[in-house]
Design a protein around this ligand. Structure first.
Ligand code: F6R
Ligand code: MG
Ligand code: MG
Length: 377
């Protein structure tokens, strides 16, 4: 029998915030995860959520939620906001965790968490017969950290075999690039506009990839968070650690094509005090914690199958994809690269340029030395 019922669309919302952590900016406390779970469980019971999974990457609390309410929905954003608030009030403050409530930048919620501190990656989809997705979250870096892997996954034929040999992907993908300074977006269809894509996104601090669509039918394939906390608050409040959702398989990059680019621990901005460069280390959930020079920056990848909004993994747990031994070498390289860059101390490029540093004493040093600067002879 043909199923002629109209299948409702599913929205996947991954919303994250740093609301405090144990031992500095190291790691979320298990009790914070429990309280967040309780909040989302209540919303699942009352029918607001179809399903959810709470996890952390370093000091960032990540709420992966599925529902029928679409993107930028005030009920869902309000739920995330109230969850972060409740975790802050019930756990971060009483335990006096470090930087309690750090990313809740405003007092009152006004309908959408974008621009209020938390990071958001969202997509509304029509579920395919089987819908494999991967949720990514990174700590001690910024949204531009995902640009190189996203380029490799969706535009680089030397990395993603499907671009070359899967007829469904052969027309390529369209990248929506967000200018974080001017708050504007531009759509670039690759491979035709590949050089323009690289011209922009090579400037990782300014042009970041917000969404990716399959060009031939506009199917949404990826959504990433693009928040820049420093631009929201006008002062340093912690790096805007990013998250993203990627759909995989059957005319989209295979899970293995999506993961492979992270086998190269590329240099990203962030690390100590959000003011240095370091390698992005792919890790399983157990190792999603920053230590060495508050790093090296970490990324986790959690795989699920989405079935009528349910997040199917192994029992209550997802496929913890970077926990695999196949990423051991990337971790070794990341450790070697961390040692190497740290031997530069505070000399560029190990330290970011003055315009990108989240902490700086430079203006006060210059002010103090002003009377002592003499015209060069
Ligand atoms: C970077 C980060 C940490 C802190 C550092 C200093 O994103 O969160 O590296 O910047 O630990 O933190 P404070 O100033 O809170 O002592
Ligand atoms: Mg923190
Ligand atoms: Mg963080």
């Amino acid at each position: 029998m043909l199923d002629l019922s109209v299948r409702a669309k599913t929205t996947i919302s991954l919303i994250k915030a740093d609301v405090g952590s144990v031992a500095g900016h190291h790691r979320v406390h298990p009790r914070q995860i429990e309280v967040a779970r309780d909040c989302l469980e209540r919303s699942k019971k009352d029918g607001t959520l179809l399903d959810y999974y709470v996890f952390n990457c370093g000091d960032d609390l990540e709420l992966l939620m599925t529902h029928r309410l679409g993107e930028n929905n005030s009920t869902i954003h309000g739920l995330a906001w109230n969850t972060f608030k409740e975790v802050t009030e019930k756990v971060s403050k009483p335990l006096r965790l470090y930087a309690a409530g750090q990313d809740l930048l405003v007092e009152a919620f006004s309908g959408n968490v974008k621009g209020m501190g938390p990071g958001v990656a969202e997509m509304e989809i029509e579920e395919r017969v089987a819908e494999p997705i991967v949720a990514f979250a990174a700590d001690k870096t910024e949204p531009g950290a995902f640009s190189l892997p996203l380029y490799r996954i969706f535009a680089d034929p030397t990395s993603c075999a499907g671009l070359v040999i899967d007829p469904a992907m052969h027309e390529g993908f369209t990248f929506r690039v967000f200018d974080v300074v001017e708050s504007k977006t531009v759509d670039l269809a690759c491979p035709t506009e590949l050089y323009d894509l690289l011209a922009l996104t090579g400037t990782t601090s300014r042009y970041v990839i917000e969404k990716i669509f399959r060009t031939r039918d506009k199917l949404i394939a990826a959504a990433a968070s693009t928040t820049r906390l420093s631009l929201i608050s006008g002062r340093y409040v912690g790096k805007d650690d990013p998250c993203m959702i990627v759909r995989c398989q059957h005319g989209l990059p295979a899970v293995g094509e999506v993961l492979q680019p992270f086998g190269f621990p590329h240099l990203v901005a962030g690390f100590m005090r959000g003011s240095h460069i370091g390698p992005l280390m792919p890790v399983g959930l157990d190792n999603a914690r920053c230590t060495f020079f508050d790093g090296p920056p970490r990324v986790v990848a959690l795989g699920f199958n989405l079935t009528d909004g349910r997040l199917i993994g192994f029992g209550d747990e997802p496929a913890d994809l970077f926990a695999d031994v196949a990423f051991d070498r990337a971790r070794d390289v990341a450790n070697d690269v961390s040692d190497y860059v740290r031997r530069h101390g505070e000399f560029m490029p190990a330290r970011l340029g003055p315009e990108e540093m989240e902490y700086t004493t430079l203006p006060s040093v210059l002010e103090r030395l002003k009377p002592r600067f003499k015209p060069a002879s």
